[in-house]
Design a protein around this ligand. Structure first.
Ligand SMILES: [Fe+2]
Ligand SMILES: [Fe+2]
Length: 170
């Protein structure tokens, strides 16, 4: 059985992963609106990945004999000044998620819940990649500056991203 404090943290994370998906769908729609379809694809895949993260936590709560609870998902920001502005926000968002995951681990450890800390290790590792992936695109955009040819080359590169198969059991 999950302890109340652990359940509360994991449940918040379950919801926040859905809010992350919501934000990335909003970013995808923004990129579609400025005809950067590769960036839009990258963001749609990102949103889909976030839904798999949410699903992972949902399944974990169920498997531990608890019942997930459902709050309102916050409306995401929907407009950005530039592709760089959006990618910087994506990077900041991932840093926030990393902090939240760290807090989840902290609570699970404090409560002596080894099953939850072990389950969360997947998220700890995933966040290293999540931060790096968003920052990589943001850094490339900084180098690109006003060069529209280079921007379209990056857009074409990002159009190739596909949903990676799930790794490890929840
Ligand atoms: Fe996530
Ligand atoms: Fe993420």
């Amino acid at each position: 059985m999950l302890k109340e404090k652990v359940l509360a943290k994991i449940n918040d994370q379950f919801q926040f992963e859905i809010e992350s998906a919501y934000l990335y769908y909003a970013m995808s729609a923004y990129f579609e609106s400025i005809n950067l379809k590769g960036f839009a694809n990258w963001m749609t895949i990102q949103a889909q990945e976030e839904l798999t993260h949410s699903h992972r936590l949902f399944t974990y709560i169920i498997n531990r004999g608890a019942r997930p609870s459902f709050g309102a998902a916050a409306a995401p920001k929907q407009d950005w000044k530039s592709p760089l502005d959006a990618m910087k926000d994506a990077y900041k968002h991932e840093c926030k998620v990393s902090e939240m995951i760290n807090e989840c681990v902290g609570v699970a450890m404090k409560e002596g819940d080894h099953m939850t800390t072990t389950m969360l290790q997947w998220f700890v590792n995933e966040q290293v990649e999540e931060e790096a992936a968003a920052d990589d695109v943001a850094q490339k955009l900084k180098l690109i500056g006003d060069n529209s040819g280079a921007l379209f080359m990056l857009d074409s590169e990002l159009s190739k991203r596909t949903l990676a198969p799930e790794t490890g059991a929840a």
